[in-house]
Design a binder for this molecule. Structure first.
Ligand SMILES: CC(C)(COP(=O)(O)OP(=O)(O)OC[C@H]1O[C@@H](n2cnc3c(N)ncnc32)[C@H](O)[C@@H]1OP(=O)(O)O)[C@@H](O)C(=O)NCCC(=O)NCCS
Length: 336
């Protein structure tokens, strides 16, 4: 990655998850599954599910308020809002515009970004470009997902894996040598059918027949996605770290996409970090797609797992298929 004129760092982080907890025991009553199968195959014990009155933008709003408070930033100072999601309130207007209005971010531009579970990583890199050119000084990046709205609750191979939530970060200019140091993004559209929402777009409208076949719900070929995830997350981490002339052993904290404990363990077996250097919260939240990395980032900050000067790597993979990683020198100080 060519170095930007201005470095982009993180000043504030926050997250929100709905109150309602859906445990593996609850799922045992809904489909033919067991706590033992879910825990051994995925590491997930429970997930949060939004109630019917809640929308993706509601979760964005709650997470954003926390990130703004953490960064001591007023919504009216925001120049840009990027919401990364594949489960928007509407096809349009965008979630970012709904959020802009609700936050009272009167001078912010706003757009949504769709990169599946890699959304937040793509969003952070996008924000860094606007900051890097000097165009914008305060950018809010939110990863939010209400996957429960597109989950097929009759398909045991997918419904046990996902959850709802939102995570947010306020980004802006920081000292050279800190903040976002490198980025590696990738995609392969030929793999799109492995993880998709077949009906509901221009290609396939939602009809009664489509609904009867479950084509208005998430479809996934789990074992194929698994292989792609391990291969590309490992490569993305190595690329992001090598781009700054470091070894993977220099990573102080790795925040991987929280899809499956076995995927994270397989990636870590290849790169060999101590377990304490890898953030895992999927046991409590399941896979929250674009929200997974920013929720884990916000929790890591809250738990004091990130210190000034630490080398943080965030990595993800998801629908598209897409993948990516960013290397960040952690420094919450804003450039004055
Ligand atoms: C989905 C996933 C957990 C399944 O694990 P797996 O070890 O690949 O399991 P398989 O799909 O091979 O299924 C094994 C068996 O368990 C069964 N099974 C599937 N879901 C089950 C469930 N919830 N409970 C009990 N049994 C289940 C299958 O029917 C299959 O039975 P069979 O052997 O009789 O056909 C795993 O493939 C995975 O996590 N993939 C990646 C998914 C992912 O990360 N998606 C997000 C992308 S952002």
């Amino acid at each position: 990655m060519k170095e930007n004129a201005i470095s982009a760092g993180f000043f504030g982080t926050g997250h929100f998850v709905p109150e309602r907890v859906l445990t593996n025991a609850d799922l045992e009553k809904m489909v033919d599954t067991s706590d033992e199968w879910i825990v051994t195959r995925s590491g997930i014990r429970e997930r949060r599910i939004a109630d019917e009155s809640m929308t993706t933008s509601d979760m964005c709003y709650e997470a954003s308020l926390r990130a703004l408070a953490d960064g001591d930033v007023n919504a009216s100072e925001l120049d840009l809002i990027i919401v990364c999601t594949v489960t928007p309130d509407y096809a349009f207007p965008s979630v970012s515009c709904l959020l802009q209005d609700r936050l009272g971010a009167s001078r912010a531009a706003a757009f949504d970004l769709s990169a599946g579970c890699t959304g937040f990583v793509y969003g952070v890199v996008t924000a860094a470009q606007f900051i890097g050119t000097g165009l914008y000084k305060k950018v809010l990046v939110v990863g939010a997902e209400m996957l429960s709205s597109i989950t097929n609750w009759k398909d045991r191979s997918t419904c046990v894996l996902f959850g709802d939530g939102a995570g947010a970060a306020v980004m802006g200019p920081c000292e050279k040598g800190s903040g976002l140091l490198s980025a590696y993004l990738g995609s392969d559209g030929s793999l799109g059918p492995l993880l998709c929402l077949p009906a509901g777009g221009t290609k396939e409208p939602i009809t009664e027949e489509a609904m009867a076949l479950g084509r208005d719900k998430l479809y996934m070929e789990g074992s194929e996605v698994f292989k792609v995830a391990v291969r590309h997350m490992e490569a993305a981490i190595r690329n992001a770290v090598e781009a700054i002339g470091e070894e993977v052993s220099a990573i102080d904290l790795l925040i991987p996409h929280q899809a499956n404990r076995r995927i994270i363990d397989a990636v870590n077996k290849k790169i060999g970090l101590p377990e304490d250097n890898v953030v895992i919260n999927l046991d409590r939240y399941g896979n929250t797609s674009a929200a997974s990395v920013p929720i884990a980032l916000s929790e890591a900050v809250q738990d004091g797992r990130l210190q000034e000067g630490d080398l943080l790597v965030m990595t993800s993979f998801g629908a598209g298929m897409t993948w990516g990683a960013v290397a960040v020198r952690w420094n919450k100080k804003e450039l004055s």
